[in-house]
Design a protein around this ligand. Structure first.
Ligand code: ZN
Ligand code: ZN
Length: 164
């Protein structure tokens, strides 16, 4: 993937187009985010004096779940990435793909929200607070086991397991 032969880089650069399968960025087993198609990578590669410079744009469309309320969420990944690779006269090729792959992994959203102010699910009564009122206000003696402040580190799939 993305092995650039240095002597093939024309003056003014070349444009390359590749895809990265979701499995290649480690998402196959991580259900929280699912890419509907391989990620698309368009890169412009230039040869400079002692290096090869790459400018890449990575795009993809994903399906996921809101971290707070577990409703399905779709979104677009659109990420730019610039990198340079030192070369010397003996360098035959540079491997651009692995860097791009790592960059995508590092920048994947870890928290997906259906909307910025999603109210989530009440840990006490299970009400989906975007659409229904909390039912535990009447009985304050029953304190919810988990704290609502945990909202942002909430793991959606642990909750899904509970539902099943
Ligand atoms: Zn939500
Ligand atoms: Zn409640």
């Amino acid at each position: 993937m993305f092995k650039i032969i240095v002597k093939d880089i024309k003056p003014g650069g070349i444009d390359v187009h590749e895809t990265i399968a979701a499995e290649e960025i480690g998402l196959a087993k991580e259900d929280y985010m699912h890419f509907t198609a391989p990620l698309d990578v368009a890169a412009h590669i230039e040869r400079l004096k002692n290096m090869v410079a790459a400018q890449a744009q990575i795009t993809g469309h994903y399906e996921s779940f809101c971290s707070r309320c577990l409703e399905p969420v779709e979104g677009d990944l659109n990420q730019g990435y610039d990198a340079s690779f030192p070369i010397n006269p003996a360098t035959e090729f540079v491997e651009v793909g692995e860097d791009i792959r790592q960059e995508v992994i590092l920048n994947l959203p870890t928290i997906v929200l259906c909307k910025e102010d999603c109210q989530g699910i009440c840990p006490g009564c299970g009400a989906s607070l975007n659409t229904e009122p909390c039912r535990c206000k009447k009985d304050k003696s029953k304190r919810p086991k988990s704290s609502p402040e945990k909202g942002d580190t909430y793991r959606p799939f642990e909750k899904l397991k509970d539902i099943e």
